[in-house]
Ligand binder design. Structure first.
Ligand code: UN1
Length: 509
């Protein structure tokens, strides 16, 4: 499939925001590049202060009517959106793959994730309930209810340019909110195509404007949105650096944030583990998406008695990973997002070497042939920490396929190594020992928001709450009760008797 075909199939050829054949950015235009070739795909017209203002003003108005639509009816619209996304799954999956370089299977998987959350939201639309509570007073009733929150801001990163918005927008829609999406400037085309598909369905059902886009530079658009008091919730996915800034600004106006930030995910392999299962999971977790998931496996913590044999097998498996065009059949690893990401990868490897790490496989750029020679490819890399396990660079999240290997002697030590990083997103243990697995998910085990036993760190299902602790930001998106972030809670107390009764037994007569 050529880039032009992908653009056509995603419905972007005549979109007013998209400028085909543009090659150079200017103040009102960004260029989306194909990371597999380094070539421009298309130009995207950016928002400015005036168009931002118009979008938010309109979103506030749309919210006033959308919030009055009964939640199950909102769910019907989200159901139609899920169906439409099914029809566009191939086209959107290919666009994700073209624009951010993940392999097609993963691009399709990402769109499936949005379809799944749409289905989830449909069910939820009939179940946005709160508890009925016991009042201490006679003839009094007390219960909680949930109301729509407002227009909400969703800031997404390049690496999940479709699904992370889906997690937010599908829930927000059934909750009665209007979504204002600020996508990454590395993946604006996916955002435009995705938003357009969903918005068209909403409009066909009589509710245009519940999905809105603002695309622009952080300084121009991002900062404005984060500081905007008309937007009660900012849900932001991206780096911890970005999240700290967003968190501070939104806290300054006493708004709400939902932060899903960086991860530095560890995977422990114990002597009792099913090593075949562990091997496959480590390769997918560390190499999948070219190491550009927030859930990527970045640290392998393996018992010293099995480390050498396991690591040798891992190195052999890494050598078979086919790197190349993400849209081509058989490719397992595509490029990094841009040249800066390649520089960061190389800098981390240089630091690891200097700190006594041993590069066991990879460690360099990957020179792709022919038309791919301008792409941002690197070799998947394994680096073994020195025997004292001191490797400061491994404490940082480098968004690239680098796996650091540590060894341990007893489980306490493994857990201490595991929890020694600033982030707290995903974690995993491979063991067939019930004491070890239970210890790992006990309060003194993994300190992460996601804990897996005999599964790798990436690839969460949508049904669970997704997010993490510490520098990961504490927010939860997607399943379980994450929807509560998109609504406001009201505790209602009703006196259906005739007596004046005060709580706490206070007499005031
Ligand atoms: C992300 O990298 O920001 O668990 C999201 C996973 C995916 C979501 C990743 N379901 O790997």
């Amino acid at each position: 499939m050529t880039p032009a075909e992908v653009i056509d199939r995603a419905g972007l050829r005549n979109h007013p925001r998209v400028v085909l054949n543009a090659t150079a950015p200017d103040s009102g235009l960004a260029i989306s590049h194909n990371p597999a070739t380094g070539q421009p795909i298309a130009g995207i017209r950016l928002d400015d202060a005036a168009s931002y203002e118009k979008t938010v003003t309109q979103a506030v108005e749309t919210f006033k009517t959308w919030r009055l639509v009964p939640a199950p009816i909102r769910g019907q619209i989200v159901r139609a959106i899920g169906d439409e996304l099914r029809r566009h799954k191939d086209a959107l999956g290919a666009l994700v793959s073209l624009e951010v370089g993940k392999i097609l299977a993963e691009g399709l998987g990402e769109v499936q994730e949005t379809i799944d959350i749409a289905d989830y939201a449909v069910g939820l639309s009939r179940n946005l309930g709160g508890p009925v509570l016991s009042s201490e007073r006679p003839n009094h009733a007390m219960y909680e209810q949930w109301h729509p929150l407002g227009p909400i801001g969703v800031i997404t990163a390049f690496n999940f340019p479709n699904a992370v918005w889906g997690w937010n927008a599908m829930l927000a829609a059934v909750c009665g909110d209007v979504t204002i999406w600020k996508p990454s400037l590395f993946a604006p085309l996916t955002a435009i195509a995705t938003n357009e598909i969903c918005e068209k369905v909403a409009a066909a059902h009589g509710h245009p404007g519940i999905f809105r886009l603002v695309i622009g530079q952080d300084a121009e658009i991002g900062e404005r949105m984060v500081a905007d008091r008309r937007i009660p919730l900012i849900s932001a996915t991206g780096s911890t650096r970005m999240g700290k800034r967003v968190g501070q600004i939104v806290a300054g106006r006493v708004g709400r944030t939902l932060l899903e930030l960086g991860g530095n995910n560890g995977l422990i392999v114990t002597p009792s583990a099913d090593l075949d299962l562990a091997l496959k999971s480590v390769v997918f977790g560390a190499v999948g998406t070219a190491g550009q998931r927030c859930t990527t496996t970045r640290r392998l913590i393996i018992h010293e008695s099995i480390a050498d044999g396991f690591v040798n097998k891992l190195v052999a498996a890494y050598k078979t990973v086919r790197i190349g065009d993400p849209l081509a059949e058989g490719t397992l690893m595509g490029p990094l997002i841009n040249a800066k990401a390649v520089e960061n990868f190389l800098a981390a490897i240089a630091a690891a070497r200097q700190q006594g790490g041993a590069v066991l496989v990879g460690g360099d750029r990957y020179a792709a042939p022919g038309p791919l020679s301008g792409g941002h490819y690197v070799q998947p890399t394994i680096i073994r920490a020195p025997t004292n396990n001191s490797l400061p660079i491994a404490m940082e999240e480098t968004f690239a396929p680098i796996l650091y290997v540590f060894t341990y002697r007893d489980l306490d030590q493994a857990i201490a190594i595991h929890n020694s990083v600033d982030a707290g997103l995903a974690s995993a243990i491979f063991t067939n020992d019930v004491r070890e697995s239970q210890r790992f998910i006990s309060p003194t085990g993994s300190d992460c928001g996601l804990a897996y036993v005999n599964l790798g760190t990436s690839g969460a299902e949508i049904g669970g709450a997704f997010g993490g602790e510490k520098d990961t930001g504490g927010g939860r998106e997607s399943g379980s009760d994450s929807w509560k972030a998109y609504m406001r809670r009201q505790t209602c107390t009703i006196n259906f008797g005739t007596e004046f009764k005060l709580a706490q037994g206070i007499r005031f007569e």
